[in-house]
Design a protein around this ligand. Sequence first.
Ligand code: SF4
Length: 80
Amino acid sequence: MADDLHGIFIDVDVSPEHASDPELARKLDDACPVDIFSASESGVTVVHENKDECVLCGLCLDASPEGAVTVTKLYDGTTL
Ligand code: SF4
């Protein structure tokens, strides 16, 4: 699948228990400079096509509760 070509270098994940929070969704949508988070009434989704655009700024982590968002550098296995 073509979708498998995205997120080769970086993976961004929102935990299921936080993904349905519309307020957190708006915060993440506002915080990320490269539009990795898309907010809707039902919560937040990760825009897979944009994941490799992540600049590792950490703003999504600052905007969310501990453990809600995980940013993984797939090339070395570490998380922010
Ligand atoms: S670290 Fe920065 S660029 Fe990456 S997903 Fe979070 S807010 Fe977006």
